[in-house]
Design a protein around this ligand. Structure first.
Ligand code: SF4
Length: 339
């Protein structure tokens, strides 16, 4: 983990009204999927704040709602079956949920860039990789074609694509999975976004390249004050890159705090169990814990606290009442009846 002194200072006094230096302020975001089997309550009222130059790590098991949350921020969910049924998403004081498709397209890929798990879903098979990066530069940074192509090749070099100039005219299918991911990262970073949403961007990469990509994102953040939403299920990556951590479970953010607090003094039983289930070099654990059960079906989620069927500290109230989000310390939030 980075030294605590490099963290952004807390500012809870202005937090709740959104009038702070947050690049992104999400309040009460709820996303459902209306399917033939029933309504999937995928995201149930999440709140998020990311300030300039801050990285928020959003962590949780598969199916917890991390990716759905990210896609709904930039309106990339398939509607229907998805529907945003409540909440607001303020980006630089504009509620993205009220924007037209045209306005949203201007923001996406420019002021807000995204890197997804699967690069093939984002790269167009009919255009060379340099053309795709250059198009972003022409549209969002208003570069002339020659200048944009030069910058695209430079970015390919920056993300470690060997022989970038020669390979710039090749097509996505001529690149390996890891190389395609780097092309997508080059494209996302090339527009110097105010907010970068990265959804498991290094899952397909080996550890050396993963370290280089994390370093790149860190550089971008330092240089341009970029805010980063980094989605992962990997605590090691979060420890490396995040200033703050939000832990997601079954559609709720159950705990949020700075990275030290979450690792050293977690309060929510789910966060505690998660941290006890992974090997850590900084803790002597006699054995690794297993979290019993699995994430619930979100068509018929458990009443009350959605974690209660798996929780070791469950009480009567837990199966009846949904816990509120409470601030137990400055910018340390927990949803649990124990607090
Ligand atoms: Fe466990 Fe109850 Fe807290 Fe949920 S609210 S995490 S069931 S103690």
């Amino acid at each position: 983990m980075k030294s605590k002194s490099t963290r952004n200072s807390p500012d809870s006094s202005t937090r709740e009204n959104g009038q702070n230096n947050s690049v992104l302020t999400v309040r009460g975001l709820r996303v459902y999927f209306f399917t033939e089997e029933g309504v999937v309550k995928a995201v149930e009222g999440i709140d998020l704040d990311i300030k300039k130059g801050e990285t928020l790590g959003l962590i949780g098991e598969s199916g917890s709602g991390k990716t759905v949350s990210a896609l709904s921020l930039v309106q990339l969910l398939p509607i229907p079956p998805a529907k945003i049924v409540g909440g607001s998403v303020f980006f630089e004081n504009t509620d993205l949920l009220t924007l037209s498709d045209k306005k949203m397209r201007e923001i996406r890929g420019g002021k807000i860039s995204m890197i997804f798990q699967d690069p093939m879903t984002s790269l167009n098979p009919l255009y060379s990789v340099a053309d795709q990066i250059a198009e972003n530069l022409r549209v969002h940074r208003k570069m002339l074609p020659d200048e944009a192509t030069k910058e695209a090749i430079r970015m390919m070099n920056v993300v470690g694509i060997p022989d970038a100039e020669r390979r710039s005219i090749e097509y996505p299918h001529q690149f390996s999975g890891g190389m395609r991911q780097r092309v997508m990262i080059a494209s996302a970073l090339s527009c110097l976004p105010a907010l970068l949403i990265a959804d498991e961007p290094t899952t397909a990469l080996d550890v050396t390249i993963q370290a280089q990509v994390l370093e790149l994102i860190e550089e971008l953040k330092q240089k341009y004050d970029t805010a980063v939403l980094y989605i992962t299920h990997n605590f090691a990556v979060v420890a490396e890159i995040a200033d703050r951590v939000a832990v997601m479970y079954a559609g709720y953010i159950v705990e949020e705090g700075d990275v030290y607090t979450i690792f050293e003094n977690p309060k929510h039983p789910y966060t505690i169990d998660l941290l006890s289930s992974i090997p850590r070099v900084d803790k002597k654990l006699s054995h690794l814990e297993v979290i019993r059960g699995s994430i619930p079906n979100l068509i018929t989620p458990p009443e009350g606290c959605r974690f209660h069927p798996r929780c070791k500290k469950v009480m009567d109230k837990c199966s009846k009442v949904v816990p509120e989000r409470v601030e137990i310390n400055e910018r340390h939030f927990v949803r649990c009846h124990l607090y």
